[in-house]
Design a protein around this ligand. Structure first.
Ligand SMILES: Cc1cc2nc3c(=O)[nH]c(=O)nc-3n(C[C@H](O)[C@H](O)[C@H](O)COP(=O)(O)OP(=O)(O)OC[C@H]3O[C@@H](n4cnc5c(N)ncnc54)[C@H](O)[C@@H]3O)c2cc1C
Length: 422
């Protein structure tokens, strides 16, 4: 019998929650973490404010996941948003609900959630070995017996949980190690691709379009010329990419289609509330009401300062010309630019800037009720390492916490059933 009942690899949201639940169930738990400190990614989540979950009801919640969202039903049935909020409350961390049901750390500091989880594991006497990367799993006869650390030391355990995250923001520790380990022991890995990521257009965006934020615009994603999805809200031009919430939401499908060799296009509508005829009437009214106005002045009445030069460059209109001399064709060019800006997508921002990983260990090889491997005995998975990802809004962290909780719980049940617990 091992001195460790459950060995958790990775001290992220999923691993820490699994360790806490397993310890509460009476297991002797040890966590091994490659970084010097736990949960680096959780500490920067939600722009540093920690969007821990969302209060949406289950059916709505699941709609924010990819097609494998159903896999999470058992995890959410065991431990969902209310349970997570209550858990943090009991552990001394207050949360606050904001627009769209998003639940944040009330102090506005995601690092307080990390501190809270850290105290929770200390209080339970859980061993946390930081700066100890795991090199591989100890597998014999299709059964996991623990891990081998990077320095060659072996750590044996009755059960092992792989919670090493995906591949995004590798500086936080999620480098894809766990995916390599899972593959080595026979698991199928759905090719990881960055999701929730800025999109790089084919054309070079002008340098003065850096960090320009546009509110109340809409973006349509077209794949091979066909509308795939559309979003309304805020977008930004950032580092030569299309970025901001609505682009990030469309990015998962865009990146998948791009990698599958399809033609991917984003069409921006800067005036979604106005149709072409209304815009034309508005242009004529502005010209009528502002005698002698030039085209640059007219554009200034329609667009924020940051966009005006870009508009003139793109439409070829001459700013110093009198607006009342614009032809119907020139007004149409301007209208089309406002309503239908086409951006052929050539790529995306790198892993270093992607919020989540789409792809990972295929869900068909994991029991959704226990999060145990169907291929290797005594091995569980939790968190972003699994082929599951969601929109922004607190869904990804809830999935990590819920799968962690269920993995910890089911590892404990399995050990108790086998009569191996203390
Ligand atoms: C910038 C950013 C902001 C985000 N904001 C939000 C948000 O507000 N709300 C939300 O719901 N989601 C958010 N997400 C997504 C969310 O943070 C992740 O989905 C979630 O943290 C995944 O948890 P995890 O425990 O599965 O993996 P991780 O948090 O990535 O943890 C994995 C851990 O495993 C460790 N590890 C990796 N390899 C090894 C190894 N070989 N040996 C030992 N340890 C190893 C890593 O160091 C890491 O500590 C954000 C992501 C990013 C990048």
């Amino acid at each position: 019998m091992s001195a460790i009942d459950l060995l958790v690899v990775g001290a992220g949201a999923a691993g820490l929650m699994a360790a806490i639940k397993a310890a509460d169930e009476g297991l002797r738990v040890c966590i091994v973490e490659s970084m010097a400190k736990p949960a680096r990614k959780l500490g920067i989540a939600g722009k540093g404010r920690g969007n821990l979950t969302n209060t949406a009801p289950l059916a709505e919640f699941l709609k924010h996941f990819n097609r494998h969202g159903r896999f999470l039903k058992a995890s959410f049935a065991a431990f969902f948003n209310k349970e997570l909020i209550d858990f943090f409350e009991k552990e001394g961390l207050k949360t606050v609900e904001e627009r769209g049901g998003r639940v944040f750390v009330a102090s506005g500091r995601a690092t307080d959630a990390v501190r809270c989880l850290h105290h929770a594991i200390e209080r339970r006497g859980i061993r946390l070995l930081t700066s100890n990367p795991v090199r591989e799993l100890l597998i014999a006869e299709k059964c996991c017996h623990g891990v081998i650390l990077a320095d060659g030391r072996k750590l044996e355990a009755t059960r092992t949980l792989l919670a090493t995250g995906g591949m995004s923001y590798p500086l936080t520790g999620s480098t894809g190690d766990g995916l390599r380990m899972a593959k080595k022991c026979g698991h199928t890995i759905i090719t990881p691709l960055p999701a929730l990521v800025a999109l790089k257009p084919e054309q070079t965006l002008p340098e003065n379009l850096q960090a320009v934020v546009l509110k109340n615009v809409s973006a349509e994603l077209r794949i091979d010329g066909k509308k795939e999805a559309a979003e309304f809200g805020e977008m930004a031009f950032l580092d030569g990419c299309l970025a901001g919430p609505i682009i990030i939401t469309l990015s998962r499908s865009a990146v998948q289609a791009l990698h599958a060799g399809h033609k991917v296009e984003i069409v921006l509508d800067l005036k979604p509330a106005l149709d072409h005829a209304t815009i034309d009437r508005r242009l004529l009214r502005e010209i009528e009401n502002n005698r002698g106005i030039d085209i640059a002045g007219l554009i200034a009445k329609l667009l924020p300062a940051d966009l005006r030069r870009y508009c003139l460059e793109q439409t070829g209109l001459i700013g110093s010309k009198k607006a009342d001399q614009m032809s119907a064709e020139q007004r149409k060019i301007l209208r089309l630019w406002l309503k239908e800006q086409h951006y052929q997508v050539a790529g995306h921002a790198p892993w270093e800037q992607a919020i989540v990983t789409a792809g990972g260990i295929t869900t068909t090889e994991i029991n959704p009720n226990t999060l145990a491997s169907k291929i290797i005995a005594n091995l569980h998975f939790a968190g972003e390492i699994i082929d599951i990802d969601a929109d922004t809004g607190g869904y990804n962290l809830q999935a990590a916490f819920s799968t962690g909780w269920l993995a910890g719980m089911s590892a404990a049940q399995a050990i108790k059933n086998a009569g191996k617990a203390r």
